[in-house]
Design a protein around this ligand. Structure first.
Ligand code: NAP
Length: 522
């Protein structure tokens, strides 16, 4: 019998009384063995929320931005010391060591980045002046100024399964910096890894009590209880996002709600990038990387490869050749380059999506149903071979069906304008890229993609060595996209911290305005 997973709430670890019988069993993605059982039964969500409001919030808000930034720095240092334990458990989610570094080190990197941003760009104060006072009278005795202060609510953070560490830390860092106590709800299938990290955070004693609570399993009636100072940040499928966004409390209380949902990201091969150019090779490299890192379970991965019609065969051949070199198997075994999906249910979903995509084109890679993983049982582990499709760009499926796995569809375009029209058929995505060395094409493509994409990468031979890649969100840059991608805005430096602050236009005499910022009357 596996050890049940505990939640951390109201200052203690809580195990549901019936978890062994009624908890949701979570399986090892590689072996199929039960890792744990998950249930939040018995957790009093009212008490959880109250603990955030009455204990965590006041403790965080008593600290200045600089003091909170120092907490983030200390936390990053502490978690870095424990990285190996996280990597070890992360294998069970199907991740290879390099996938885990993306998740674990990437998450710790976000903490460090927000520590630096807080120390550098924010005052050693609890109030942030957003502008200079504007005189509002001829005699200079009356003025107005925008201030930002911490909101008084809890930040509920609902995460997807694919990045159990980064997904939590990228939401937690800006919330803590803003003084918002967080209630983290990880996706059940990989929640045990998030819980291990939370155990380390709690055990370190770095954060004030109540600053972080963890709910493993259902959120119960938590959302029903939220009030106007609370917020919800969601990452997951567009369908769940729609459901939560229209939750009665979210609507009635005008609760701040952000969603990072799924996305049919695209990458465009520039007309100048013919076989033999560095740009053609970069395009192929990038597509293979995006298909195989985290077994393609990246919200930013390239789902649609838009390629000039006369180069479709060359791209298909080159990518197929590279995919044949991918070694699928037990991620802890030597030589394995792609691990498993997070679970068998997730693999079923991806297979169903591949079937839908194949009806609008054809599979050009190896048979996706045949997988022979190294050091693992193909029936018990959630393995899949990467799937490359050649799709019909006029059909709806390639622009609508997200296969959240190692799957990408090559679609032909005729002109750059045609490629941009196809990109827009994703109805809003997180990330897009164009690989071109032609400045005129780059400009046209960036202008055409930007309204539909939260981040646009232009890749060429000159920036390739330093490029962070199509699929990597960065703490200083916006992560989020319009429309189908959820309309959210995470990271982006201070932008995401402002989500947890309330802006207020304060009016009064200059001395009073100065005093509200510094706490001292001039
Ligand atoms: P999901 O099924 O929508 O679940 C996302 C989260 O919502 C999970 O924690 C889930 O908990 C929770 N949830 C579901 N129903 C809920 C409810 N009624 N009340 C409260 N919480 C609820 O998505 P997923 O399968 O975990 O993740 C895969 C999807 O996420 C993909 O479509 C991917 O594109 C997207 N994604 C987007 C981003 C981004 O940044 N845009 C990043 C990563 C993933 P349970 O697990 O307990 O059901």
């Amino acid at each position: 019998m596996s050890e049940p997973l505990a939640s951390y709430a109201t200052g203690r670890w809580h195990t549901a009384p019936d978890v062994r019988t009624a908890g949701v069993p979570v399986a090892d993605a590689v072996t199929g063995e039960e890792v744990t059982r998950v249930s939040s039964a018995g957790l009093d969500m009212g008490a959880v929320l109250d603990h955030a409001h009455s204990v965590g919030g006041p403790a965080l808000r008593a600290l200045t931005f600089h003091q909170r930034a120092a907490l983030l720095k200390a936390l990053a240092g502490h978690l870095r010391e424990h990285r190996r334990e996280f990597y070890a458990l992360s294998y069970r989610t199907g991740a290879t060591l390099s996938d885990s570094k993306f998740d674990v080190d990437g998450g710790i990197g976000v903490l460090s980045a927000y520590a630096a941003i807080g120390a550098r760009e924010l005052p050693d104060d609890t109030v942030l002046a957003l502008d200079e006072p504007q005189p509002l009278g001829r005699g200079s005795t009356f003025a107005g100024q925008h201030l930002a202060v911490s909101r008084l609510g809890a930040a509920v953070q609902i995460n997807a399964y694919n990045f159990p560490v980064w997904g939590m830390l990228e939401k937690l860092a800006p919330a803590l910096l803003a003084g918002a106590p967080s209630i983290v709800k990880p996706a059940t299938v990989t929640s045990y890894l998030t819980a291990l990290v939370v155990r380390e955070i709690v055990g370190s004693g770095i954060l004030p009590e109540g600053a972080l609570q963890l709910v493993c399993g259902s959120t119960g009636d938590l959302l029903d209880r939220l009030g106007p100072q609370d917020s919800v940040a969601f990452t997951g499928s567009a369908e769940t996002g729609r459901r939560l966004r229209s939750h009665p409390s979210v609507v009635a209380e005008a609760i701040r709600f952000t969603a990072e949902a799924d996305s049919l990201n695209c990458s465009i091969l520039g007309p100048d990038a013919i076989p033999g150019t560095p740009e053609f090779d970069l395009y192929v490299d990038q597509l293979v990387t995006e298909m195989t890192v985290k077994a393609g379970q990246k919200c930013t991965a390239i789902r649609r490869a838009l390629v000039p019609a006369d180069r479709v065969d060359a791209v298909l051949d080159a990518v197929r050749g590279r995919l044949e070199e991918v070694v699928v198997g037990n991620p802890s075994s030597e030589g394995v380059t792609m691990g498993a999906l997070a679970g068998l249910d997730q693999r079923d979903d991806v297979r169903a999506a591949v079937d839908a995509l194949a009806r609008a084109g054809r599979i050009v890679s190896a048979d996706p149903d045949k997988v022979d993983p190294v050091d693992a049982d193909p029936e018990r582990g959630a393995f899949m071979t990467p799937v490359l499709l050649h799709g019909d760009p006029d059909r709806a499926e390639p622009h609508d069906v997200e296969a959240f796995g190692p799957v990408s569809t090559v679609l032909a375009y005729d002109t750059v304008a045609d490629a941009l029209a196809l990109a827009a058929r994703g109805r809003g995505s997180l990330a897009a890229s164009v690989v071109t060395a032609d400045g005129t094409v780059a400009r046209q493509v960036v202008h055409g993609l930007a309204p539909w994409h939260g981040r646009v990468l232009v890749l060429d031979r000159d920036c390739a060595a330093e490029s962070t890649g199509h699929g990597s969100p960065l703490p200083g840059l916006l992560h989020g996209g319009p429309g189908r991608a959820g309309g959210g805005a995470e990271l982006g430096g201070l932008d995401s911290m402002h989500h947890h602050l309330q802006r207020s236009a304060v009016q009064g005499g200059p001395a009073v305005l100065a005093a509200t910022r510094t706490g001292e009357l001039a």
